[in-house]
Design a protein around this ligand. Structure first.
Ligand code: GRG
Length: 300
């Protein structure tokens, strides 16, 4: 059934048009910024491309919940800001120490560590400004819920906590449970916030939020499994970031623990279950259903 709904509309067109909306909103979200070096560094990473899967998930979820996706654009931008700042900080010498991101030299390679850290800080704080002060026409109680959700996923209970465990585990033998903990926090938490906040802006009830949470948990883990697989199978050129990095940093990954075939099977199974959680919403679920397939079929 999911397959039938997914094929009933032009997903490529939807993706292209929604991405354009996101790119334009990102472009206009960063002014005025002083001093100039900070503005440049923030824009350098935020406007460097990327799949924009997170903001698109947020807007698609708002649509599923019966809301006007236009109202969720500032939150979608905020989420991409949090994601981008996490990439800037992740690439720093004190963390993953990477030279290439989104097909260009990493932020600290261009602007130096100090400015890169501060650009990340400024993007993170701007994210909360986008929701609280730049979301006209959204009920303030709903915005407060969105701020709460984003503060939880960005902080120790989410990305930061996952990153710390990930760094601690480098070079160590890691079991599947710990690996899942890392991924659910480092990657899954923000993906979950995308779909939950989009729906919150539309005023979704608990039943829908619970279904969307199940959907997001499935695609979140699947997204990271595919990321691990691509690290082994794709080139740096295609990925726009250094391929083979996990092996080099002696990181435990799904392919390392389960093998490539079993990892792929696990990702497909997670996506199937994710889709089942939102099938009762029928035609309204078509964007999120197709986005789930997009996540497993992506090549970068
Ligand atoms: C959020 C306060 C705060 C701190 C950040 C550094 C850090 C703490 C966390 C690291 C999080 C991280 C880098 C997770 C990896 C997530 C991931 C799979 C990124 C790749 O996402 P894609 O493929 O990339 O969507 P594009 O470039 O397409 O956006």
């Amino acid at each position: 059934m999911a397959q039938i709904i997914s094929q009933n509309f032009d997903f490529e067109k939807y993706l292209k048009e929604t991405k354009k909306v996101v790119e334009e909103a990102l472009d206009s979200s960063l002014s005025p910024e002083r001093p100039e070096i900070l503005r440049e560094s923030m824009r350098y990473s935020l406007l460097a491309g990327g799949k924009r899967i997170r903001p698109i998930l947020c807007l698609a979820s708002c649509s599923l919940a019966g809301g006007d996706p236009e109202l969720a654009v500032p939150t979608a931008v905020a989420i991409e800001m949090i994601h981008t700042m996490s990439l800037i900080h992740d690439d720093l010498p004190a963390m993953d120490n990477d030279d290439l991101r989104r097909g260009r030299p990493t932020n600290h390679k261009v602007y130096g560590d100090a400015v890169a850290i501060l650009a990340g800080d400024a993007l993170l704080t701007r994210a909360f400004e986008m929701v609280s002060l730049r979301s006209p026409d959204v009920d303030s109680k709903r915005l407060l819920n969105v701020v709460g959700e984003l503060s939880l996923v960005a902080g120790a209970p989410g990305l930061v906590g996952g990153q710390v465990v990930d760094l601690e585990c480098e070079g160590k033998k890691v079991d599947l449970e710990t690996l899942e903990y890392i991924h659910l926090h480092k990657t899954g938490a923000l993906l979950k916030a995308c779909v939950r906040t989009g729906a919150m802006i539309a005023g979704a009830d608990e039943k829908l939020l619970t279904a969307l949470t199940s959907y997001a948990e499935g695609i979140g883990l699947a997204f990271q499994i595919i990321d691990d697989i691509l690290d082994v199978t794709a080139s740096s050129e295609t990925l726009g970031k250094t391929a083979g990095k996990d092996l080099l940093a002696d990181k435990t990954t799904y392919p390392k623990l389960l093998g490539l075939e079993e990892s792929k099977k696990r990702a497909l199974n997670l996506v199937k279950k994710a889709k089942e959680a939102i099938i009762p919403w029928g035609e309204d679920a078509k964007y999120l259903l197709s986005l789930a397939d997009f996540i497993t079929n992506r090549d970068r």
